[in-house]
Design a protein around this ligand. Structure first.
Ligand code: F6P
Length: 324
């Protein structure tokens, strides 16, 4: 095993609240272990273009509570080509970086896997995405904060929905995963969640909405995951309008990605950030740090990105029971 003297850290893909806490954890753990740390700005794009700066402890002071990422982030098409990855490798050598910690989601880890295999380079991942769609970890950094943001927004929409006795369809993020929509619906007492993993027929949806109004509920709220599979809130609204409903649509959008990370996301970021550096020191590579049943686990990148993270179908049953 080659000795690691210098670790590079970057954030890539969509930002997520708690990424800063993870950057801090990685930086301080590396410094604690007498290694040098280099912060790489703008993800893989910054790696290719040498946006690399040495980090000291004070570079990560007072950031644990801040949303976004101080390292900035980007989606980098160049890194999908061999030529881009080759330039990234040359840059790592020039900067004398011996190992990388990448903080991000699916796209970040598929790039890391390809790069690590091609250039025999040690990389460990920290799960950072509001979507919670990475297999092998119970939660991802940013998910809890985004869920709480959704809950706050839905609570507010409920006030006006109730006053006007309206039906609202609220679209939430999640790419192709329904964790935010399903748990958001549960936490706000919504009528239903339309998610990509489980088909919701028009009949069932209308039944759930009618059920609420029959029980003299004053408003009706349905959370819809953004996804081709659901058609998003606009797609569901179109179908409901054809059947005589008058739904109002709210798309929460990027408000879900910002804000102060919750305590839970900060703790997750601290634990996985520290574990990422420890893993590299133990000779681990090509894997994501996960937490399963409160234990740190190493999940090969191939599993983290390809394995389908199961959604607890029991939650759907609970939602139906509780909205009668
Ligand atoms: O992966 C995080 C996420 O916020 C998804 O939920 C969403 O589909 C996507 O990123 C939006 O990406 P962008 O900010 O690049 O439009």
């Amino acid at each position: 095993m080659r000795k690691i003297n210098c670790i590079g850290v970057l954030t890539s893909g969509g930002d997520a609240p708690g990424m800063n806490a993870a950057i801090r954890a990685v930086t301080r753990t590396a410094l604690f272990n007498h290694m040098q740390v280099k912060g790489i700005y703008h993800g893989y794009h910054g790696l290719i273009n040498d946006e690399v700066f040495e980090f000291r402890s004070e570079n990560v002071s007072n950031i644990i509570q801040r949303g976004g990422t101080i390292l900035k982030t980007a989606r980098c098409p160049e890194f999908r080509d061999y030529e881009g990855r080759r330039r990234a490798y040359d840059m790592l050598r020039k900067e004398k970086i011996d190992a990388l910690v990448v903080i991000g989601g699916n796209g970040t880890f598929s790039g890391a896997r390809e790069f690590g295999d091609e250039f025999d380079f040690p990389i460990v991942g920290v799960p950072g995405t509001i979507d919670n769609d990475l297999y092998g970890t119970d939660s991802t950094i940013g998910y809890d904060t985004a869920l709480n943001t959704i809950v706050r927004a839905v609570d507010q929409i409920k006030d006006t929905a109730e006053s006007h006795e309206r039906l609202f369809l609220i679209e939430v993020m999640g790419r192709d995963a329904g964790f935010l929509a399903l748990n958001g619906a549960l936490a706000t007492g919504s009528e239903a969640a339309v998610i990509p993993e489980i088909a919701t027929s028009e009949d069932l949806l209308e039944h759930l909405i009618q059920n609420g109004f029959r029980k003299r509920k004053k408003s009706s709220i349905v959370l819809v995951s953004e996804s081709d599979a659901t058609g998003g809130a606009q797609g569901v609204a179109k179908r409901l309008r054809e059947n005589g409903y008058e739904p109002h649509v709210t798309i929460l959008g990027h408000v879900q990605r910002g804000g102060t990370p919750t305590a839970s996301d900060r703790v997750l970021a601290c634990r996985t950030g520290v574990a990422a550096v420890d893993a590299l020191l133990e000779g681990q590579r090509g894997c994501m740090i996960g937490i399963k049943d409160d234990q740190i686990v190493y999940v090969p990148f191939s599993e983290a990105i390809k394995g389908e993270k199961p959604l607890d179908h029991h939650l759907i049953d609970i939602l139906r029971v509780l909205c009668i």
